[in-house]
Write a protein that binds this ligand. Structure first.
Ligand code: SF4
Length: 256
């Protein structure tokens, strides 16, 4: 995997100046970091794996941009890709954002629990969103992340990451993208929700989307699940978790 190799330089895939959908109830800038250890076939951010679509940018330059924007935003959402793949510059970035008095949200797939501990030790993260990709058995998980051989390790690391965040007391959103044929049955959601209930503050079911293409082009032809389908699955999760939400194109974010 290509990395900057420096703690003061990020490999950046893109920036969204203003977003109202990436941090519940807040207005944020979104920073997309390059690189990811997974290859989910339905991934919409696959360009973040390509060196030609990423650029090396000094952390201080990213912080200057955020400072200029700071009157318009409550915080910053750092996403990817997998942000913890760049743990050195990520730590410098979150410290800088906190020094500006802004909220910090980090999206992660939970594959790097040791790096997560380092990030938690900064005490700079206000909100974590962690992906739970499929029901928690190695075969299903390996298929969802596009690398069957590491399905078991991905689950082990995910569970450790959930414990790390929970033990530190940061706000934790668990979220599952409902993808037909990957994770879309009541039994899948029952398995996930019953396993993660003790760790998460909220659990969100997201609608699989195809805008921008997918890593495996055949997934671009799949019809996204309906809002009604997600609401039905959310009712299953609700048996285990108090705060369950769905995010769809049709209805935005809805609490069940
Ligand atoms: S969808 Fe999967 S492959 Fe794409 S960035 Fe997220 S974890 Fe990585």
């Amino acid at each position: 995997m290509f990395l900057s190799g420096r703690d003061d330089v990020l490999l950046l895939g893109g920036v969204v100046e203003i977003s109202t959908v990436d941090y519940p109830g807040k207005v944020v800038s979104v920073i997309f970091l390059c690189g990811c250890p997974f290859r989910c076939p339905y991934c919409q951010n696959w360009r973040l794996f390509r060196e030609e679509d990423c650029r090396a940018v000094e952390v201080d330059k990213v912080l200057s941009f955020i400072e200029e924007n700071s009157v318009l935003i409550d915080g910053v959402c750092i996403t990817g890709g997998e942000p913890l793949q760049q743990i050195g510059p990520l730590i410098k970035l979150v410290r800088g954002i906190k020094d500006l008095g802004l909220l910090v949200k980090v999206d992660t797939n939970g594959f790097y629990p040791s790096r997560l501990k380092l990030l938690m030790d900064t005490s700079c993260i206000d909100y974590f969103a962690i992906d739970i990709k499929a029901r928690l058995d190695p075969q299903s998980y390996g298929r969802a992340i596009g690398i069957p051989i590491i399905g078991g390790r991905a689950i082990k690391n995910l569970m450790e990451s959930l414990r790390v965040i929970h033990d530190h007391g940061a706000f934790l959103e668990g979220r599952t993208t409902v993808v037909p044929g990957i994770v879309d049955s009541p039994a899948d959601i029952e398995n996930i929700a019953s396993t993660v209930a003790e760790y998460v503050d909220i659990y969100v079911l997201q609608q699989f989307r195809t805008e921008g293409g997918t890593l495996d082009p055949s997934y671009s032809k799949i019809t996204p699940p309906s809002r009604e389908k997600l609401l039905d699955l959310a009712r299953v999760a609700k048996k285990y978790i108090q705060d369950v939400r769905v995010r769809t194109k049709e209805g935005g974010e809805e609490r069940i």
